[in-house]
Ligand binder design. Sequence first.
Ligand code: THU
Length: 126
Amino acid sequence: MTDQELVKIARQVQQNAYVPYSHFPVGAALLSARQNVYTGVNVENSSYGLTVCAERNAVFKAISEGETEFEAIAVVGNAEGFTYPCGACRQVLAEFAPQMRVILCDTDNNIKVYNLSELLPQMFLL
Ligand code: THU
């Protein structure tokens, strides 16, 4: 699975985002060590604080299916520039794969790749 392929899956699923409040759809595609892909979108709620981000939905789907090891996640939004995972999502990703690759793609198809440890330095892990 190439970075471009993972980004393409994230772009496709982004269409399913439920975003009646922010109108900011986010798509995520999480690649497990077994090479399975789990997608996620942000799902908002009229009680705004109950909103769950795309990245966390992808992680929770994958864990629910018995996956525990991850290699990479692609994240796309519609902002100008890159859509970076929020702090909460970085922490949830770190729980399972502190060294995973985080692939971001902007609307002009520019790709930026980080190691999660760069985005969440001195991360809290037990
Ligand atoms: N959002 C994500 O899905 N992932 C992020 O990493 C950043 C924020 C969502 C949450 C909310 O539905 C919308 O983007 C605006 O904050």
